[in-house]
Design a protein around this ligand. Structure first.
Ligand code: GSH
Length: 211
């Protein structure tokens, strides 16, 4: 997928078409309307240059002139600083630190479980699903009082959470009734957002054909 443009884009993103980490960065690109060439990487046939660019040979990987970045949260913070409009991180140090803690916890507590959820051990997969389900249920009340996870403004923390929420059915995670507020947040405020819709690849759209 490439964004149509007359000018040669300065940035290139190597992205997986159904990869939640790449999805985070695509949301940021469209939120900020950044001109970027997006190269879809087939995990079974990665382009040879990816291993030269990224020692982990993973997506997302971003190239901006001489700078090569990997790790979705690092790429996203860089994009936020390089193209500050609209800002996606809070301004004050305390709120920024809290946002970074949340980003770290999503990865450690939930995203780290995705290989187990999609892996062959059915018991381990169900245990992992339950951890994610319970974690999302615990944070759900936050969205009763505020539209986004940090408050009134959409942020990198929302960009980081959105891909897992989009994939709940795909991962076989059923949220209980007590998690109504987080479901409303996802459906009414995240999935309805223009940048989110634009961020979706065909493969990702097929995960929720009715949305
Ligand atoms: N912590 C990294 C995770 C990146 C990651 O796990 N990428 C996967 C996509 S599912 C990948 O490229 N896997 C292929 C491989 O490791 O060979 C991030 O936030 O970007």
């Amino acid at each position: 997928m490439a964004i149509p443009t007359n000018r040669k884009p300065v940035m290139t993103l190597y992205s997986g078409s159904n990869d939640p980490y790449s999805h985070r960065t695509r949301i940021v690109l469209f939120e900020k309307d950044i001109e970027c060439q997006i190269i879809e990487v087939d995990p079974d046939r990665k382009p040879r240059e990816l291993a030269d660019l990224n020692p982990y040979n993973q997506v997302p990987t971003m190239v901006d002139r001489d700078l090569v970045l990997y790790e979705s949260n690092i790429i996203n913070e860089y994009l936020d600083e390089r193209l500050p409009h609209p800002p996606l991180m809070p301004v004050d140090p305390v709120s920024r630190a809290k946002a970074r803690l949340m980003l770290m916890r999503f990865d450690r507590d939930w995203y780290s479980l995705l290989p187990e959820i999609t892996g062959p051990d059915r018991k381990a997969a169900q245990r992992a699903r339950n951890v994610v389900r319970d974690g999302l249920t615990v944070i759900s009340p936050v969205f009763k009082d505020q539209p986004f996870i940090l408050g009134d403004e959409f942020s990198l923390v929302d960009c980081s959470l959105a891909p897992i929420l989009w994939r709940l059915d795909h991962y076989g995670i059923d949220l209980p009734r007590q998690a109504k507020s987080i479901i409303e947040y996802a459906e009414e405020r995240l999935f309805a957002r223009k940048s989110f819709k634009l961020s979706l690849t065909e493969a990702e759209r097929e995960l929720r054909p009715k949305s």
